[in-house]
Design a protein around this ligand. Structure first.
Ligand SMILES: Nc1ncnc2c1ncn2[C@@H]1O[C@H](COP(=O)(O)OP(=O)(O)OP(=O)(O)O)[C@@H](O)[C@H]1O
Length: 596
């Protein structure tokens, strides 16, 4: 705590004047709103993906407390990465619009050199919790707000992010400083507990009353008692133990004891077993990324082949997220330092396909640029060539592409020189390529070339994590915390989603806009067409009682009701117990008149 709050109180004027000097040194002026440095959508998605686990931990460990204490005020909780890019923010929507006017928005960089003295940038620079109140902001237009930010450190001590609370100036209190430090600490503790192979958490303090205070020391150990990580307080109490050392050297050979609470020398100890967690971190990698087993299998398989440069063919209905899947693969691969060049084979003009893909020599044809053109394949050298909608590629181009894939070299249009390329080819389509081959519209030899490994991404209706996705998108688009009406949720879960993630994403964006400032999203917020579709399904004869075997059906119904009661309304557990899908269970419950 002392470390985190640092010396802001004592050296108030030093840090502030230093920061103002740095702002001036960066060429900023107080009266001009600086030009913003903003990530494009894809780059922001990549960063958010990279920090997926951190964002989840902030949502689970910092957001609830923030919402409880601050959600009624004009305030926002903001998370930036260590490079100052805002990744996410939560809180009152109205205030978010006001902050968007000064570009305190996702994807924008708030380092001091871009925005002058401000809590996020200055806390990242100073590596400690900083409050920048009203007039202390360097830029005049920022002075209506007060911000407090604290850096977040990974278990290995690397600064990975900053968490910030921004309020209207008059609403800023000293407690905010304490709150933000505490939120950062909660997230750091959660990161510690998610270390791979973590098995035991040992809390320690000099006084028993401090054990559960949030300011205790924490040591994480594996199943054999080897230390995997510690927080700053544990480092202090145990005199900086080495990672990999046996915890017994520090807290006695009796450990672990049968009882959770114990003492050793002057320390009070509490030992707990950590439940294996699905999202434990492996460096920057997340061991399990997708909750849906089919998608997770596709992801694991795809990762294996892209490491080996084997062509990957990604299949799936339109809107299932094929492009995003490939973007993520690229960002996790060894080739991420090189380009991901996407070619939409459906929208390539037929007469330009060749020059687009293979490039051309200067002056190769009328209208060609004087300097020539490298072409998509050579642009992708060292990286990924993503051939989207491959089923739409004209036959003539298919044979040239085949040659490139076989020879791994390109001859630009109008040239007789070959250029070697090193590319990872990934193709995607929502069409049935094998059928196209049978119909003679797709070359069989090219199909086999592209089909090193084939993965099929599941449609949204097949996915077991659809409820989680609905809530994730709801969190993404809503302003303040908000509920989803249970019957609406049940219907969304039972819907077929022909447009898959694209349709769900658009819908959640619309309903969040329609339900702005309301506490609950309900039917009335749905667009008319979807209301009609869902209502038809709702009224459709989802009969619970089979007419010719009513006794048996009554038994089935009472079994469903008993099971539902036994699991206290937990649909997932109940469906598992009954051996039916969650969607089927929702339909059955609806037909039984039970609100789930
Ligand atoms: N994991 C995800 N979570 C939420 N929304 C997503 C996710 N993946 C994709 N989407 C949404 O679905 C839209 C479609 O994604 P994407 O373009 O990757 O699908 P696709 O399968 O390539 O579609 P098509 O076959 O039509 O080209 C995206 O713009 C995004 O809005």
């Amino acid at each position: 705590m002392t470390l985190r709050l640092g010396t802001q109180q004592q050296n108030m004027h030093d840090w502030l004047s230093d920061s103002w000097l740095r702002s001036q040194g960066a060429g900023l002026t107080e009266t001009n709103l600086p030009e913003e440095m903003k990530l494009d959508r894809d780059a922001l998605e990549d960063r958010n993906f990279h920090h997926k686990q951190l964002i989840e931990l902030v949502e689970n460990h910092a957001l609830p407390l923030f919402s409880q204490l601050m959600s009624h005020t004009s305030s926002r909780l903001i998370l930036s990465d260590s490079e100052g890019y805002v990744l996410c923010h939560w809180g009152v929507r109205k205030y978010s619009d006001k902050l968007a006017n000064i570009a305190l928005d996702v994807g924008v960089n708030w380092l001091e050199q871009h925005k002058g003295t401000n809590a996020i940038g200055t806390a990242l620079k100073a590596k400690q919790t900083i409050s920048v109140i009203g007039e202390q902001h360097f830029i005049k237009q920022h002075r209506f707000m007060s911000c407090t930010a604290s850096p977040i450190f990974s278990p290995s001590g690397e600064m990975i992010a900053a968490i910030d609370i921004t309020t209207e100036q008059q609403q800023h209190t000293q407690q905010t400083l304490l709150l933000v430090s505490s939120l950062a600490q909660q997230v750091e503790t959660a990161l510690l507990c998610h270390l791979p192979h973590s098995h035991y958490r040992i809390d320690l303090a000099e006084q028993a009353t401090l054990i559960d205070s949030g300011w205790q020391g924490i040591v994480i150990a594996d199943s054999e008692g080897k230390i995997l990580g510690t927080n700053a307080m544990a480092k202090k109490l145990l005199d900086t133990p080495d990672l990999g050392e046996d915890i017994k050297h520090y807290i006695g050979s009796q450990w672990p004891q049968n009882k959770a609470l114990s003492t050793h020398r002057d320390l009070h100890l509490k030992t707990q077993a950590i439940k294996p967690n699905k999202t434990q971190v492996l460096g920057h990698q997340v061991a399990v990324r997708f909750k849906d087993p089919k998608l997770e299998r596709a992801w694991q398989q795809a990762n294996k082949v892209v490491g080996k440069c084997i062509p990957l063919l990604v299949l799936g209905e339109t809107g299932v997220g094929k492009e995003q899947f490939v973007t993520k693969l690229h960002s996790q691969s060894k080739r991420r330092g090189h380009a991901l060049v996407a070619v939409n084979c459906a929208s390539l003009p037929a007469d330009l396909v060749e020059s687009e893909l293979f490039g051309y020599q200067a002056g190769a044809f009328t209208g060609a640029s004087r300097t020539g053109y490298l072409g998509k394949i050579r642009q992708a050298d060292g990286g990924f060539l993503f051939l989207d909608e491959i089923g739409e590629m004209p036959l003539a181009t298919q044979s040239r592409l085949l040659r490139v894939l076989q020879e791994r070299e390109v001859t630009p249009v109008g040239s007789n020189r070959c250029y070697k390329v090193d590319i990872q080819v990934v193709a995607a389509t929502h069409t049935d390529l094998e059928q196209l081959v049978k119909d003679g519209r797709f070359r069989q030899d090219l199909f086999y070339r592209l089909n090193g490994l084939q993965v099929t991404l599941p449609s949204l209706r097949e996915r077991s994590d659809i409820e989680g996705i609905i809530h994730k998108l709801h969190r993404k688009y809503r302003g303040a915390p908000q509920l989803i009406e249970a019957s609406l949720l049940a219907n969304l879960l039972a819907y077929d989603w022909p447009g898959n993630l694209r349709e769900l994403d658009n819908l959640m964006q619309v309903v969040c806009l329609m339900s702005e400032c309301e506490q609950e999203v309900h039917w009335g917020h749905l667009p008319d067409n979807l209301q009609r579709t869902l209502a038809q399904e709702h009224l459709s004869p989802c009969s619970v009682t089979e007419p010719n075997d009513s006794e048996l059906q009554a038994l089935v119904n009472s079994n469903i009701i008993a099971c539902y009661a036994q699991f206290q309304g937990n649909v997932s557990q109940c469906a598992k117990q009954l051996g039916i899908s969650r969607n089927t269970l929702y339909r059955k419950l609806k037909a039984l008149g039970i609100k789930s």
